[in-house]
Design a protein around this ligand. Structure first.
Ligand code: 9WN
Length: 448
């Protein structure tokens, strides 16, 4: 497809953009949390809340702490932080799959409120640390004191229950756990999940009522999503038997990078509240080492997910591969290779970007500019990659990415995601993490 010029003009009025982002967060606020979108995602989502807390700290710090506290009130007894916390006030059918499909109340150790049984990338410790840095003070410190044990339990759940291959890395048991649900990264393991699109006739999908079906996962994808949920749910969301036949077991570079970044953040939080940072530093080092050993592909010079069932690295070269850059202790060899990958025609990161950062290799035959996570640009991923570029000494590239992301919102508003060629807004308008991370980017003006 021909590349239309990206909208790189940027805002004439940064204060206006800031007001738009703050108003979006206000409009999505729901008594103790922020919904990602009033239409598509009307409940509370786990990693959305973390990104949103980072943005709230700029405008309404008290809500940043409420956001994280409400999510962690739904933490399970085993430490898992559910990927969706359902709002009981909403009608049945407000989102699919809803509580009636997850049946969390039947599982051991689930909280009083209905939730899903899956998790999402653990970016919450990083969010708590950044929220505190943005809004330091007694209230923030007290919030960190309260959150710290819950954040530690979240990490312990992952380490103790989800290291299915025993190699120090966490397995995601469903594409929804990766946060990049429909990424081409999952095509191979998803193809091995037995399911038929026809089962979807028994359900009413909520997403395609609010977004163009051509942009969303297919019915066959959804049939597989449901089959994987059923397999996990029917074992009571217990992780003991995962290795014996769970249909989807993948070590994801982004999830594991977030897992490592969380230990780095916990070390800093521990120091702030008078706990011992050292065990967190040790664990962080081990995670980075395991990531490099198990998921780095020296031939391609990027990180690839590992299919634990099939026992091999997966081939699709998606933006997931760049995200271990967020680890400050990533060795120079891998960090340098990721910068080469980021600057390549596949991803186009540059000091002056002519198009947004795509979610998938834009030179790949299966690149789709409109379909969910198969090409479009997301602000949370760009935000993570930008942090990584800064951490590894590439301020000019980081500045280019920042300008590109601000330009996207200036051109199209706080959309869920953006066309990777034209920058047109796609998915849900008034999307929570886009607004929140925009606030963070606007405030983080690099020094000349
Ligand atoms: C399933 C809420 C969530 C994000 C995910 C994104 C999408 C849900 C869906 O929306 O996933 O969890 O219905 O597609 O892929 O990253 O957390 O914004």
């Amino acid at each position: 497809m021909t590349a239309a010029p990206a909208r790189t003009g940027g805002p004439a009025d940064l204060a206006g953009l800031r007001r738009l982002a703050a108003a979006t967060l206000d409009a999505n606020w729901e008594h103790d949390h922020t919904v990602p979108s009033r239409t598509l995602y009307p409940h509370q989502w786990s990693w959305d809340s973390a990104f949103i807390a980072i943005g709230l700290a700029h405008v309404r710090p008290e809500r940043a702490w409420q956001e994280l506290a409400s999510l962690f009130r739904a933490q399970w007894a085993d430490g898992r932080v559910p990927h969706i916390v359902f709002n009981p006030a909403l009608r049945v059918g407000a989102y699919f799959p809803g509580p009636e499909l997850w049946r969390s109340a039947d599982a051991q150790g689930s909280p009083a409120v209905h939730t899903s049984g899956l998790v999402q990338p653990p970016v919450h410790a990083l969010a708590a640390l950044l929220a505190y840095r943005r809004a330091p003070g007694q209230a923030g410190l007290a919030a960190l004191h309260r959150l710290y044990p819950a954040l530690v339990a979240q990490q312990r759940y992952l380490a103790d229950h989800r290291d299915v291959a025993g190699d120090g890395l966490i397995c995601v048991v469903h594409p929804w756990e990766s946060g990049l649900d429909n990424s081409p990264a999952w095509d191979e393991p998803m193809a091995a999940v037995p399911a038929e699109a026809a089962v979807m006739r028994a359900y009413r999908r909520h997403d395609t009522a609010h977004a163009d079906a051509a942009h969303r996962p297919t019915d066959l994808d959804y049939a597989r999503y449901l089959a994987i949920v059923a397999a996990y749910r029917d074992h009571g969301y217990a992780d003991r038997a995962l290795a014996d036949g769970h249909p989807f077991l993948v070590e994801c570079p982004l999830f594991n990078a977030a897992f490592g970044a969380a230990e780095h953040a916990l070390a800093e939080i521990a120091a702030l509240i008078g706990a011992d940072p050292e065990p967190h530093r040790v664990r962080a080092g081990r995670i980075t080492e395991a990531l490099v050993r198990r998921l780095y592909d020296p031939v391609n010079g990027t990180f690839q997910p590992r299919d634990v069932r099939a026992g091999r690295l997966l081939g699709a070269r998606t933006v997931l591969g760049l995200t271990p850059l967020i680890l400050p202790d990533l060795p120079a060899r891998q960090a340098d290779a990721l910068v080469v990958e980021a600057r390549s025609a596949r991803f186009g990161v540059a000091a002056r970007m002519d198009r947004p950062l795509p979610s998938h290799d834009r030179t790949a035959p299966d690149f789709e500019p409109l379909r969910y996570w198969r090409g479009p640009s997301w602000l949370n991923i760009g935000w993570l990659v930008r942090r990584g570029l800064l951490a590894h000494g590439h301020p000019a590239l980081a500045a280019g990415l920042r300008r590109s992301m601000i330009g996207l919102v200036a051109g199209a508003g706080c959309h869920e995601y953006f066309h990777p060629d034209t920058g047109a807004g796609l998915g849900s308008p008034a999307f929570g993490w886009t607004a929140a991370l925009l606030l963070d980017l606007l405030a983080d003006e690099p020094q000349p």
